[in-house]
Design a protein around this ligand. Structure first.
Ligand SMILES: Cc1cc2nc3c(=O)[nH]c(=O)nc-3n(C[C@H](O)[C@H](O)[C@H](O)COP(=O)(O)OP(=O)(O)OC[C@H]3O[C@@H](n4cnc5c(N)ncnc54)[C@H](O)[C@@H]3O)c2cc1C
Length: 473
């Protein structure tokens, strides 16, 4: 790509943006507002915990930070998607605390407020069950405590401006004021879909759709306990069998209690496969198909396990948007491999540690691979639903109990002032099944925020700006 093509095709000049807003002459045109929305040291796009934690770490180091989130609240998949589980902060044997920092601080505060329940440290399936409404409010408080952070809610990144390849100078945002520009010196892409990196022309890649992990529209339901009490045979796993008529291709889903709300059930049994959330039409399909599946599941339960009027299964709340498991990844300085994760390789530039298993939601089934060398697989075919287990690796003396994520995997190739933490990190498919969980993304966010501040303080490019993480102590 020539410089002319780059500037003409990707960067979005001040006079170049026109969107619908009819004037008196009936022309449909809106110019980018000349009044900037602000000038910042660090601009963070995406306000999940990844983005919020990045913003906090940068602000703590003295930066003036813009935190841009398209939803009406912070927390991303956890709060807008309703997903309430943070995995263990300990090694798989439960003996070593491997994750501290803001994730640990938030958990402790939520426990203190009665809004989280800690599980056993060696519970590989869940570490903390969190009331996600409580988490969202706590994130507001944490953001507002930092004088250096300016939050922008209901604000979507629409385009970027660069003065040269790999060097972003402004984020063009769409909000209630129209289109505005936020200028900045360093940018962090915590959008989950690599929006910032893609719009800036930084290299990204994605798997073919049929290899991407499937997506899930989650909900909060009532009536589950009463139906269980009346019909011991009832479970959501059971209702997904074809004979109950919900018309689902998959069989795997999961749920959890809702902390502080006895009788409510968090439900994650829908699944939409073969969709790429960075494609607008696919994103629309995920939402509508997810809700349709939920409707069919609830109706199948009420049809097959009837209850007195008003006591059946009800949808109390739908997630604000579907939970998206897989999308675009940045092409970074290093692609973390599956062996790096499953053999627990150590990195000089480690920024995150994790112990959660490889967890791949394939089209209709699911595969788990564990650090101790065993695997589980559930899948469906024309003969029905199947479960198998075995070993992907023979037993050895050096079985790891945690793994590490290197800084290089969040540094896009060619990036001068951009980092890409969270689920857009660069890693192989199976490695991604482990790296993508929230306690890992949270740590990547913290590392990105620290590195951004360091880059600005010392005049370093993104690749050289890593700050060692204080794992111990
Ligand atoms: C159904 C489901 C269940 C899961 N279960 C678990 C679990 O139990 N435990 C666990 O740890 N992990 C779980 N995961 C995985 C985990 O939740 C995600 O991988 C993780 O939250 C990704 O974090 P992220 O910050 O990279 O992205 P996201 O959480 O997707 O956050 C991206 C944020 O950026 C915002 N954004 C996106 N584009 C723009 C834009 N253009 N402008 C402004 N803002 C933008 C979004 O609104 C969002 O707030 C689950 C995932 C799914 C889908």
């Amino acid at each position: 790509m020539t410089r002319k093509e780059f500037l003409g095709g990707i960067a979005c000049g001040a006079a170049g943006v026109a969107l619908a807003a009819p004037n008196a002459a009936g022309e449909s045109r809106r110019q980018l507002s000349s009044a900037p929305a602000g000038d910042f040291d660090v601009v963070v796009i995406g306000g999940s915990c990844t983005g919020v934690f990045a913003a906090i770490r940068a602000a703590e180091a003295g930066c003036k930070v813009a935190l841009v989130e398209m939803a009406g609240g912070f927390g991303g998949t956890a709060t807008q998607g309703l997903v309430p589980i943070w995995h263990s902060l300990y090694s798989t044997d439960g003996k070593t605390k491997i994750i501290k920092g803001l994730t640990d601080d938030m958990e402790q505060e939520l426990v203190r407020r009665g809004e989280a329940r800690m599980e056993r440290p060696d519970n590989f399936a869940r570490g903390a069950v969190i009331n996600v409404a409580g988490l969202q409010i706590l994130l507001d408080e944490c953001v507002m405590r930092q004088k250096g952070i300016t939050p922008f809610l209901h604000t979507r990144l629409a385009a970027v401006e660069c003065d040269r390849p790999g060097h972003i100078t402004a984020a063009i945002i769409a909000d209630k004021a129209g289109l505005r520009r936020i200028t900045g010196k360093f940018f962090i892409d915590a959008s989950g879909d690599a929006d910032l990196c893609r719009f800036a022309g930084l290299p990204t890649w994605k798997l073919p759709k049929d290899m991407m992990q499937a997506h899930t529209l989650c909900a909060i339901l009532s009536g589950y306990d009463a139906i269980r009490a009346k019909y011991p045979k009832f479970s959501f796993g059971e209702i997904m069998k074809p004979e109950y008529g919900a018309g689902l291709k998959h069989m795997f889903g999961w749920g959890a209690d809702v902390i502080g709300a006895k009788g409510l059930f968090f439900h994650a049994y829908t699944r939409v496969a073969d969709c790429d959330p960075s494609i607008p039409e696919d994103l629309t399909r995920i939402e509508i198909e997810g809700r349709s599946q939920l409707r069919r599941i609830v109706d199948a339960v009420n049809r097959n396990f009837p209850m007195p009027a008003g006591e059946g299964l009800s949808i109390v709340a739908l997630a604000a948007h579907a939970g998206l498991r897989d999308s675009c990844h940045v092409d970074s300085l290093y692609r973390t491999t599956t062996d790096d994760i499953l053999y627990g390789r150590h990195f000089d530039d480690v920024i995150a540690r994790g112990s959660y298993r490889v967890d791949i939601h394939e089209g209709a089934g699911i595969t788990f691979k564990y650090l101790d060398g065993h695997f589980e697989r559930t899948y469906s075919d024309e003969k029905g639903h199947h479960y198998e287990t075995g070993r992907w690796r023979e037993k050895a003396d050096d079985m790891p109990t945690w793994y590490e994520v290197p800084y290089r995997s969040i540094v896009p190739k060619g990036s001068e002032n951009v980092l890409a933490p969270g689920r857009i990190l660069d890693c192989e498919r199976d490695a991604y099944g482990a790296c993508r969980v929230m306690v890992n993304c949270n740590q990547m966010g913290e590392a990105a925020g620290r590195a951004a501040a360091n880059a600005l303080a010392k005049g370093l490019p993104a690749a050289k700006a890593m700050v060692p993480v204080p794992f111990e102590g």
